[in-house]
Design a protein around this ligand. Structure first.
Ligand code: IDP
Ligand code: MG
Length: 160
């Protein structure tokens, strides 16, 4: 019996990743999840979810004065989203790189938005912008007990 390394580590960084309603409608769920899976991060939480208006407003509260805010709330609540919690050292910044720039036309090829979207208002995926916001957003979108405690068999082949 071996005590798993991640149980011994104090606090592993987590990020909140969400496939927005356009990503779900366009059949990109598998493609987007697969990018994070293949990279080697650990999936800790996953659900398909119809977001209520007040949660969308809370999630994007820093943008509430922006002119596009009402459209943003309509967009995020327009259909189901896929909520995910991903874990790993450096996962927040790395996920932002995998996702690409906010404006998909400026996002590099090879990124999710660079490969799969054309407009800021339909940019298919969200990723937390700091470890603190990762924590905050996972707390907002997931209830107690919804995150899985598990260890991937791949871990020793990903982390020396
Ligand atoms: P991010 O998602 O890359 O972190 P933020 O600036 O935090 O970008 O904006 C949050 C989300 O709000 C964007 O992903 C996009 O869906 C939407 N958004 C941001 N700026 C605009 C805009 O100018 N027009 C329409 N939607 C926008
Ligand atoms: Mg943001």
């Amino acid at each position: 019996f071996q005590l798993s390394s991640s149980l011994l580590r104090k606090e592993v960084e987590q990020t909140y990743i969400m496939i927005k309603p356009d990503g779900v409608q366009r059949g990109l769920v598998g493609e987007i999840i697969s990018r994070f899976e293949k990279k080697g991060f650990l999936l800790k939480g996953l659900k398909l979810f119809q977001c209520p208006k007040d949660l969308a407003q809370e999630h994007y509260k820093d943008l509430k004065e922006r002119p596009f805010f009402p459209n943003l709330i309509d967009y995020i609540t327009s259909g189901p989203v896929v909520c995910m919690a991903w874990e790993g050292d450096g996962v927040v910044a790395s996920a932002r790189k995998l996702i690409g720039a906010t404006n998909p036309l400026q996002a590099e090829p090879g990124t999710i938005r660079g490969d799969l979207a054309v407009q800021t208002g339909r940019n298919v995926v969200h990723g937390s912008d700091s470890p603190d916001n990762g924590k905050r957003e996972i707390g907002l979108w997931f209830k107690e007990g919804e995150l899985a405690q598990w260890e991937s068999v791949q871990t020793p082949w990903l982390i020396e």
